[in-house]
Design a protein around this ligand. Sequence first.
Ligand code: ZN
Length: 268
Amino acid sequence: VFERLLVFPRIRGGTRVEWLMDRDFTDPLPYTFQLQVGTAGDHDISDWTPVGSTVVNGWYLLDDQERVFGLQQWTHYRVQLVTSKGTYYSDPAPCLGLWDFRQWRRACGVLRNEMLNFRAGEAPEGYLLKRRVQGEPCSCLDPLTQECRNPDCLICYGTSWVGGYFQPLGCVYAALSEQATHSHIEAEGPRGAGGDIIVKARMLALPQLQEKDVWINKTTDHRYIVHTIQSACEIKGVPLVYDPVELRLAPFTNIIYDIPIPDLVPQE
Ligand SMILES: [Zn+2]
């Protein structure tokens, strides 16, 4: 039921494990996820140990321990999913992701530098709304075409999947190109004179972005839809920094402005 696991270093140590679910998996919510570590990439060897607390309906988990820098006995992660219909496991993934130890260290350095640059350049801080691409189908779907019939649906926010987006993630920086300044948007209105307002941004690939995810400027509450994504720095094909990410300012009538930002989850 898991399409894949993605394993990344965290800026202040430890590891972040993200997952993508199989698009055909439609068990009803809630989904309870638990990260586990094991000494061998093998489901049958019964030494899988839970790490940290569970997350409900989430898309990533954090391991605060720097296992990869310490004793090497834990070599793999896997994610356990419990729903009302059953218990499922992801394939095991190495604790260093696709990288060797040296590449892992280099990735940590790149991420740390990038964060320093964001802070030095006063890049706006924001929230990320990760869009659901599978899950429990919304009741607004057309029974024949399985397409969302109501873009203003308050259950799926036009995504077709119950909930629409995952809980907002805080501390997501985006170094915006100049045309994104507040005064520009104020002057031209949300759609601008010449059409949609598109801005380019440099962002960390932590978390990984997908098209149609939403980035929210924390100060202005302007909400942008991720349009295209290009990576600027990769190690072994795994992106670390995106540049440019093309962001489209959503018109202020868009349903995504109805998504509440409750108590936020700090990322680091
Ligand atoms: Zn709906």
